[in-house]
Design a protein. Sequence first.
Length: 559
Amino acid sequence: MTPGARCWRAALLFPLLAWGLAAAQPLPVEATDIVHITEPGDTLIGLAHRYLADPREWPQLQRLNRVREPRRMPVGLSLRIPLRLLRVEPVPAAVMAVSGGARRQGTPLLAGESLPAGSEVATDADGSVTLRLVDGTLLRLRGGSRMRLEESYRIPAADGARARTRLEQGRVEVQAGRARAGQPGFRIETPQGALAVRGTEYRVAVDGPRTLGEVLDGTVAMSGMAAGQPAREVGRGYGAIVDAAGEVGTPSLLPLPPRLDGLPSRHERPLVTFSLPRPQAGEPPARSWRVQVARDESFDELLVDLRSTTPDIRIAGLADGRHPMRVRAIDALGLEGPDAATVLVLKARPEPPLLRTPTAGAVLRGHGVDLDWTANPEAARYRLQLAQAGVEREPFVLPLVDVQDVAAPSYHVAALAPGSYLWRVAAVRADGDTGPFSAPQGFELLALPSLPSVPTSRVDEQQVQLTWIGEAGQRYEVQLARDPAFDDLLAEPVLGESRLQWTAPAPGRYYVRLRAREVDGFVGAWTAIQHFDVGEAVACVHDGSAACVRTDAGALRRP
């Protein structure tokens, strides 16, 4: 047996708590000593040279342990050695991932960097940083947070490590590395208190004058700064709050995770919307919810981290793809419960065109119909579907027309019987990637009446009509321009309905984009820039309702 193994054959023990071998036990708040069981031949001076950073500090060990003969100590003596006196090796924390805005002492922080003790990390509202500490602890610092790495070192004498941080504001998710019995565990301090563990999973938040702790696995010792207050053990599924006076409240059950089984399996619009189910009978109601969307299942890099006071969730700015998502309920105290996990599948691009004509609810006459829509620059071609309206089944299960290779943003459907119809269009990229369909738009086709006598009137005015599908209560900001950069704007109306009628300008190409403004003031992203072409005015023969008379060959022209 080597001298080091012989000296430390009895596991290092903290005197303030009898450690067992079970994982995830809480640390005492001031667990700052280790215990050495003496062997034959041990002396204070010898042990000091072997283990202390400054061997000249051996008199402190003598006074602390009340040793009368420092050169002749009995075998089996429990000798307390403060951690602050041990020889240590500084080890920086590793930056595993960074998303959004994050800084170290004002300098942008990048993944792969190292953080020595004393470093302070701050995240912007959209920022997130994942750190791995010397003891294996993973810290995921979320948006709007500020944290300082107080201690980070290895203890060669104990074959252990020590890590300690201070969270000044914001939130951090902790997966504490497991420490062996008798070795220091991870500790996180806040302005109001401290949380200490030897290996568990929990969250810490500094919310103004309060510290909130939420335990997801194992047990955490929470203590406040109030003098003489003992630490409280907070077990799995419970949370506790340290108030502004530094007193730890009674642990309370965390809210249950939301049920996500009823959420849509696929979303097809850039603005993702869904509603969380209400609590079942007997379940305590949640006051708010936190929704996180990440780049991968580790949730190191968050794409979305939002808190909603209603169960109606809206997420903007996500790229198409499969995104891990988790949701947790928040109770009246502000404590957040366990996560409910799912996958958010978004396929919203290329965005569907805006349907032009026939407009919604239009009544036409003839044996066919001309369908026109805006051109999407991402589209190499379009897929068009037309179905009969008013059927019992879903109309587009068996569409009457399903054309998958339409080259231009228009299509003529011939030999169409009178009736009510729905139509929709999807954009298709050059590689075959097909985006979602536009919302269906309906029209009615009537039989062509007999031709009247040729009138003398002429068409002296035309209109451009754009239509789209919105939601009740929305308003729409529309921009029409002569150029795709929208520097030469022709109009930018704000509309209360999902249609635009515009007196056609001179022939040429025009560009359009729009965005929705919700009732609560939320403004979505602009749609993809699309365009339409205005040709020369066409003279036609009017019927009795002042509409152009159409035949299978198109509008009946006046001689």
